[in-house]
Design a protein around this ligand. Sequence first.
Ligand SMILES: O=c1ccn([C@@H]2O[C@H](COP(=O)(O)OP(=O)(O)O[C@H]3O[C@H](CO)[C@@H](O)[C@H](O)[C@H]3O)[C@@H](O)[C@H]2O)c(=O)[nH]1
Ligand SMILES: O=C(O)[C@H](O)COP(=O)(O)O
Length: 327
Amino acid sequence: MPSLVRDWFGPHTSSAADWPPDLLIRAKGTVTVSVVLPARDEEGTVGEIVSVIRRDLVETVPLVDEIVVVDSRSTDATAARAAAAGARVVHQDDVLPGLPPLSGKGEALWKGLAASTGDIVVFVDSDLRNFGAHFISGLLGPLLTQPGTHFVKGAYERPLIGLDGVVQRGAGGRVTELVARPMLNLYWPELAGFIQPLGGEYAARRSVLEQVPFVTEYGVEFALLVDLLERVGLDAMAQVDLGHREHSHQSTAALGRMAGQIMLTAWSRLERQGRIVASEAPATRLLQFDADGEANLSDVGVAERPPLASLINPPVVPDVSVKEDVA
Ligand SMILES: O=c1ccn([C@@H]2O[C@H](COP(=O)(O)OP(=O)(O)O[C@H]3O[C@H](CO)[C@@H](O)[C@H](O)[C@H]3O)[C@@H](O)[C@H]2O)c(=O)[nH]1
Ligand SMILES: O=C(O)[C@H](O)COP(=O)(O)O
């Protein structure tokens, strides 16, 4: 391991087993904790996740003060299932309704940050199939016990589970391995020690989350790592091993679009940091061919919400980059 990463990795990597809830409840004091779950068409999993959080981390040990599900334009029973399980459900486009709506996961998280109140915010995906309370207590450990830690990312083994149910251990996280990890190593090698840079489970202090922009769509995790490195420094960032993680896999074509969004996000940070001077902006169109040779054109452009703290004093108009029209 390069020494820069090795020096960070040991002292900043722990395991969920190091942070049992009954130890954390003593450290919590008056600090409040929100769990925010972005959810687009997750009726099959969101209710169970919310139920486990309520049972284990609200009723058994009062570690979590608020559970907010951000319904991200679902067309199924996601909102009803989440509400029935005891979450407060907000609809993505109803939060800060004066702003023009943007789309995707990053928008759902930013709206979730705006709609929640906890001093610490834990983000958890709603499509997890093996969720346990340790996902949340593990992420809270360093934040509740170490004042200098501001951001904690989950790490795990990620299987790839085929439609036939065959499990390939360690083969999940295809965009992580083929795009995000190489990009981080090339341009932000300090971040190379994060085992799962794109994982959807992470927690941070509100005071810090409100100071950084949120990229929309699937650019949000990559941008948060790069922007938080700049804002709080590597020493304030940590990771916790949460065991293994199973989720719903997207198709290869959908992951191609995710990869495009992440590449554009990386490009935006390189440009902002003055490390590339481009003669023209990259295209945001992605042309993909299916098995029958049919061409499909998508827009993989990402937009950006400004730091939430900047909205307290208007201008209320967000810093939104306009997506290219692919029609
Ligand atoms: O428009 C959207 C798209 C997704 N989601 C939710 O976001 C979570 C993650 O989305 P998913 O489509 O399952 O992403 P993955 O294929 O699992 O992508 C991985 O990589 C992404 C890019 O970093 C991360 O955002 C994800 O959290 C991470 O799991 C799920 O709860 C979704 O319901 C929304 O709320 N709105
Ligand atoms: O994080 C990733 O790389 C993407 O979510 C893809 O994950 P998967 O290969 O496990 O579907």
